[in-house]
Design a protein around this ligand. Structure first.
Ligand code: 4DW
Ligand code: GAR
Length: 218
């Protein structure tokens, strides 16, 4: 079977990108990363891509006056790579409805909370402040509103006594690194589809997906 071609957009560290690169290194994995694009010049993720032999490039959003002009160039570059799916991995520019619509149901993101709780930034600090006992991460299709869209998979982690934002974010990040490749696999195998703004997981994959995605740490 042909592998699904995936482009990854980043702005920084790229540890989730690394998890995707590592998963794609397995010859049986159903997806391949064809391009990594950053809007930040020094992003560590660009180096990770080059090390893995993946084309890495940088588009400086500050050179554009209009958001859509930046996105037109981004879109053209993505089309040139043959990407069939875009994965946001710590990409920090909000994408306009124009771009989101062009890539509708072919654009996914990972967010460090159990959505719809804790949209936005500082999710771990806010989870601690609220005293939640269970926290985690979500992979979802992107819609124009920030951190909105049909949920593909979630990973839950416990909040433990004595946690601070650092220990909690490390636990969530470890879960993210398992969750994102697992969700990408479901999509690349055609086992996850959007219907009426909900993600349906194929019956034969549902049990696997549930055990893997509910609590993939440990
Ligand atoms: C996200 C949402 C808003 C901003 C940054 C990140 C979460 C992930 C995401 C990236 N692009 C997206 C999403 C999303 O959930 N939905 C859509 N696009 N449609 C944000 O407001 N960023 C600002 C810039 C920050 C910076 O450069 O440091 C911005 O003005 O875009
Ligand atoms: C990750 O924790 C990801 O979930 C989060 O940014 C971090 C990027 O780290 N994304 C968001 O907050 C999007 N709303 P990474 O560059 O090491 O993958």
């Amino acid at each position: 079977m042909a592998k699904m071609k995936v482009a990854v957009l980043i702005s920084g560290r790229g540890s989730n990108l690394q998890a995707l690169l590592d998963a794609c290194a397995d010859e049986d994995f159903p997806a391949e990363i064809v391009a990594v694009i950053s809007n930040k010049a020094g992003a560590q993720g660009l180096e990770r891509a080059r090390k893995a032999g993946v084309a890495a490039s940088f588009i400086d959003h500050t050179l554009y006056e209009e958001r859509e002009a930046f996105e037109k160039d981004l879109d053209a570059k993505l089309k040139g790579t043959g990407a069939q799916l875009i994965a946001l991995a710590g990409f920090m520019r909000i994408l306009t409805p124009w771009f989101v619509d062009r890539w509708k149901d072919r654009l996914i993101n990972i967010h460090p909370s159990l959505l719809p709780s804790f949209r936005g930034v500082h999710t771990h600090e806010r989870a601690l402040e609220q005293g939640v006992r269970i926290h985690g991460a979500t992979v979802h299709y992107v819609r124009p509103d920030m951190d909105d869209g049909p949920i593909i998979g979630q990973a839950a982690v416990p909040v433990l006594p004595g946690d601070d934002a650092e220990t909690l974010s490390a636990r969530v990040l470890e879960a993210e690194h398992k969750l994102y490749p697992a969700c990408l696999k479901l999509i690349a195998e055609g086992k996850a589809r959007v219907t009426a703004e909900r993600v349906k997981i194929d019956k034969d994959a549902a049990a696997d997906a549930a055990s893997l995605l509910t609590n993939p740490v440990g």
